[in-house]
Write a protein that binds this ligand. Structure first.
Ligand SMILES: [Zn+2]
Length: 386
């Protein structure tokens, strides 16, 4: 059995948006899973590996709720290899694909879209780029699908479907949503203006007819719905609110006010909506949390939970919380060197994006020094290596 203890943690974010901070100063990891939060001294003494966090902040590995991968660690839209590895160095240990939209020659017929979704789901399941857990293979809906198609992709490991095109036949769109849910697939819907040349703009009215599970980039992708429509969708539906880095920042500002007013913290998940034509942003998740914690009334620990535990709950990831039994996907972060903030949570609130010291996936240290952030103020020490 491999056992690792992380001790002398300053602040520890739980992933639970209703109880975002643990009081504990250490965790015990056994065989890649969290075994104890606040382990006793005897357990730490027995651990093969001991990491002294020296007062830094431990958070669950970030889960990017909105990405557009292709296959493997390559994005053809930007001709870039290794973007997922770069995101890992920004503290991201899991990602949700909201459609492999940039695959060259992306098919648009039922047989082709099914094949692509199944291929992406299986490819990412079999090969994790740099260890990052990618939920790949979101089926991008096109006219002509039958119920058997939804059953088939679900049986082959596809977990979600997405409306990016306003299917012109409303009855067909509503039927698709019902079939997807009947086969256990999450229904995502593009909210906002046109991000691809042939995709019409959606509105609150059409979105409400379809009854999705997730309001994908409700703050716009890249342009937003009218603020009245966004407000209606937050207040009048129970659906998941996906906020993204590459959306409309003013919409985010307005949305957070409503979310706090109606106390809908569990409904919010955070993502980047990248890589796209907007670019790649390896630190995009940290930057979005920093924006929320410094420019809105949302506290930093809650914002981190929206980027971890909330997303894990929505998509069924076995991670996202620092809690016994969960996969030990963790990031050790701190205020960046040069920041006036004394720690990572204060840095988020101040508007200085924190830096990443170490990232762990399934209990393995996969980043020992981030190649993407500036150095942290403090450094952890490896007391013992088992
Ligand atoms: Zn998107």
């Amino acid at each position: 059995m491999t056992t690792t203890a992380i001790v002398n943690v300053g602040a520890m974010v739980s992933g639970d948006v209703r109880a975002p901070l643990h009081r504990a100063t250490g965790v015990l990891i056994e065989n890649g899973r969290i075994a104890a939060v606040g382990p006793d001294e005897a357990a730490v003494a027995r651990a093969g590996t001991v990491i002294d966090a020296r007062g830094m902040t431990l958070i669950p590995g970030l889960i990017d709720s909105h990405t557009h991968p292709a296959i493997g660690d390559f994005t053809p839209r930007l001709n870039t290899v290794g973007w997922i590895d770069s995101y890992l160095h920004g503290g991201v240990t899991s990602m949700v694909s909201t459609g492999e939209l940039h695959v060259p020659g992306r098919p648009r017929d039922p047989a082709g879209i099914k094949a692509l979704a199944i291929l992406a789901a299986k490819s990412f399941k079999n090969a994790r780029p740099s260890g990052v857990k990618v939920m790949g293979g979101t089926l991008v809906l096109e006219p002509g699908l039958k119920e058997a198609d939804f059953a088939e992709v679900a049986a082959q490991g596809v977990k979600a479907v997405k409306f990016i095109q306003e299917i012109t036949d409303r009855a067909e769109a509503i039927q698709f949503s019902k079939w997807a849910k009947a086969h256990g697939l999450k229904v995502l819907i593009h909210c906002g203006g046109t991000s691809l040349p042939d995709v019409p703009t959606t509105t609150a009215k059409t979105i409400m007819e379809i009854e999705p599970d997730v309001l994908a980039h409700l703050n716009g992708g890249p342009t937003s719905l009218s603020f009245d429509d966004i407000d209606r969708l937050i207040r009048q539906t129970p659906w998941i609110i996906d906020l993204v880095r590459f959306g409309n920042p003013r919409a985010v500002f307005m949305m957070v006010k409503t979310i706090l007013e109606i106390d809908a913290l569990e409904r919010v998940v955070l993502g980047t909506d990248s890589p796209t034509g907007n670019g790649m942003e390896p630190l995009g998740m940290l930057h979005l949390i920093t924006f929320l914690a410094s420019c809105t009334a949302l506290p930093a620990p809650e914002a981190v939970c929206m980027a971890t535990g909330n997303t894990a709950r929505v998509y069924g990831f076995d991670t996202g919380f620092i809690a016994p039994g969960r996969a030990a996907d963790l990031a050790l972060i701190d205020a960046a060197r040069g920041s006036y903030a004394p720690g990572a949570l204060e840095a988020f609130a101040l508007g200085d994006s924190p830096a990443v010291a170490m990232v762990m996936i399934d209990g393995e240290m996969v980043v020992t020094k981030s190649k993407m952030t500036v150095p942290t103020q403090r450094s952890y020490t490896l007391v013992r290596k088992g």
